[in-house]
Design a protein around this ligand. Structure first.
Ligand SMILES: [Zn+2]
Length: 326
């Protein structure tokens, strides 16, 4: 008898990948990327959004110079080319949203003498990682810091652990722009496993915290376009739906049926059967409700449901049939 282990993991992955995906909803589409390889858009007075179609960064031009936020390697030196298209002023301030190199792995393109702002957890991680592409922070804050540069003011606030420890809000109150990276994905469901987040309850809470700011434009660091407060509300609704559905699924898994086909001496197979059943039931309920509203709902809801199931169990003590303490 052949077993599933006769099928290579590469073949299993290929079968999953090659299944057709739902059409990308109109709401998930962004501007065409020009020949130059990136798009630049002035989303508010003197505030510029940059993207290559998947990653985003931002900069603002003040009386004194340029305040640059993040530097994804996929944009790299195109950030400097974009800046030089709109101003001859130098980069005078540099901001780290968080330490992940896919968003800040090209920070070394900025002038070494410009002060680099980061929350303390981010600064610590940069020190531990010791990566020349991510120069150390020179201005470190715990809760909040304000950069006053000429006619512009940029406020950074740390709302507590979320996607990553230290990941902070970046708010331009006069231009009504809010940047918050790897948490809210305008037009799309979050990246796989709830964007690999360090603390899912913090991710959920940060939607409310985002909506307490005054802003018209939102920059999430990812996907196809800038966003709006409405995008934050829509993703808040997706996460609330995912959470409620996963919570119900965790307690309603039919353990007898699920375990009847499992080698119960294999502890990991038992865990996988329970957790995968809950995540799959959640996904079957969520995808039909969301595939026309958010891009990639059919692609990443399963790993997102899995991450939600784990957070419900580990952070929120929602242990379903295993809640009884002997
Ligand atoms: Zn990240």
């Amino acid at each position: 008898m052949s077993t599933i282990t006769d099928i290579s993991y590469a073949e299993r992955a290929r079968l999953l990948r090659s299944a057709p995906t739902a059409p990308v909803p109109e709401n998930a589409r962004g501007p065409q990327i020009p020949e130059a390889g990136y798009v630049i858009d002035e989303i508010a007075d003197g505030v510029f959004w940059l993207s290559e179609g998947s990653y985003q960064s931002m900069f603002t031009v003040t009386d004194e110079g340029v305040i640059a936020m993040d530097a994804p390697p996929t944009l790299g030196n195109n950030i400097l080319r974009a800046i030089s298209r709109v101003t001859t002023k130098p980069v005078t301030h540099v901001i780290y949203s968080h330490h992940h190199s896919d968003h800040v792995g090209a920070m070394s393109i900025y002038p070494a003498e410009a002060p680099r702002y980061a929350q303390r957890f981010v600064a610590e991680r940069l020190r531990l990682l010791d990566d020349p592409q991510r120069p150390l922070a020179t201005v470190v804050f715990d809760d909040s810091v304000t950069i006053d540069a000429g006619d512009h003011s940029v406020q950074m606030d740390y709302p507590g652990p979320n996607h990553a420890e230290g990941n902070s809000f970046i708010h331009l109150p006069n231009q009504r722009v809010l940047m918050f990276v790897d948490v809210i994905f305008p037009g799309w469901v979050p990246f796989s496993n709830l964007s690999l987040s360090a603390f899912v309850p913090g991710v959920i809470r940060s939607h409310e915290q985002a909506l307490n700011y005054d802003f018209d434009s939102f920059v999430g660091g990812h996907v196809t376009r800038p966003g709006t407060p409405e995008d934050v509300r829509v993703q808040q609704e997706y996460l609330a739906d995912l959470r409620a559905t996963a919570e119900a699924a965790l307690s309603s898994v039919d353990l007898a049926t699920t375990m009847s086909v499992i080698d119960t001496s294999n502890v990991w197979a038992v865990f996988r059967a329970y957790l995968d059943s809950a995540a799959a039931a959640t996904t079957d309920a969520i995808v039909p409700r969301w595939k026309d509203r958010l891009g990639g709902a059919d692609v990443f809801t399963l790993p997102n449901a899995w991450a939600m199931v784990e957070s419900l169990r580990l952070d929120l003590n929602s242990l379903g049939p295993f809640a009884t303490v002997p």
